[in-house]
Design a protein around this ligand. Structure first.
Ligand code: 13P
Length: 264
């Protein structure tokens, strides 16, 4: 394997799980178990109510904090929304944008995703931008068309400088929460396609430096084979991020693979 040295990232998306008390419990365990992380970036994205407490516990640890979404305006009459500045002040450095659950259940469109990514960058948050096809789209042979359209919709008006600050996550909708993981080859094929799109739109430096995570039923039993693929730079993890044993095991396996990925 001849992988370029893009640092592996394991990010946990807790979704609508964990009360404040449960979040504190989980992150306290993670901090203890992952005190010697190297060559791997670790991020947890708790629900908003727990984000400040989790941030306080993680201060000065190697584990970083992210939000699960944000609104594009800084403030105003937008009941229920949260801004980039609010996330930043609560301790976040990352934010997930365009998760398929938001596209599916909350009317997220490529246009709103685009505005949210801009808002994240404006507030010095690194956006983790999710794209991925549904089962119907895959079975209809439209995977690349859908991914290409999501890519253009999200980043159509981006400069190279802006693009460099983005992390992408390929999350096939049919693999999320279903236990049906994409095979490393299936995932690699789409990751390579995304990197080619990046190259065409933003040039080689952006394409080869930008991290593309895989998400969808990632577990300790399948992470290694996924991140051995040349274009898979880590994982965005749902279910297995809710349990300290599983999540720390994922990170440990990423650390074992890191030297193979050219990270010493
Ligand atoms: P699962 O790992 O539970 O399939 O969820 C993946 C996901 O949606 C991460 O954002």
């Amino acid at each position: 394997m001849n992988a370029p040295a893009r640092k592996t990232m394991i990010a946990g998306n807790w979704k609508l799980n964990k009360t404040i008390r449960e979040a504190i419990e989980l992150v306290t365990l993670l901090k203890r178990r992952l005190c010697d992380v190297e060559n791997t970036d670790v991020v947890v994205c708790p629900p908003y109510t727990a984000i400040s407490d989790v941030g306080e516990i993680l201060a000065e640890s190697e584990i970083k904090l992210g939000g699960q979404d944000l609104y594009w305006e800084d403030k105003g009459a937008f009941t229920g929304e949260i801004s980039g500045a609010m996330l930043k002040e609560a301790g976040a450095n990352f934010v997930i944008v365009g998760h398929s659950e938001r596209r599916q259940f909350f009317n997220e469109t490529n246009e709103t995703v685009n505005k949210k990514i801009k808002a994240a960058l404006k507030n010095s948050l690194t956006p983790i931008v999710c794209i991925g096809e549904t089962l119907e789209e895959r079975e209809g042979g439209r995977t690349f068309q859908v991914i290409g359209a999501q890519f253009k919709g999200a980043f159509g008006n981006f400069s190279r400088e802006e693009m460099k600050k983005v992390i992408l996550a390929y999350e096939p909708v049919w693999a999320i929460g279903t236990g049906k993981v994409a095979t490393p080859q299936q995932a690699q094929e789409v990751h390579a396609f995304i990197r080619k799109e990046l190259w065409n739109a933003f040039g080689e430096a952006v394409a080869s430096g930008l991290r593309i995570l895989y998400g969808g039923s990632v577990k300790p039993g399948n992470i290694s084979d996924l991140i051995k693929e040349v274009d898979i730079d880590g994982a965005l993890v749902g279910g297995a991020s809710l349990e300290a044993d599983q999540f720390s095991e994922l990170v440990k396996q990423a650390m074992v693979i890191a030297p193979l990925r050219g990270l010493e």
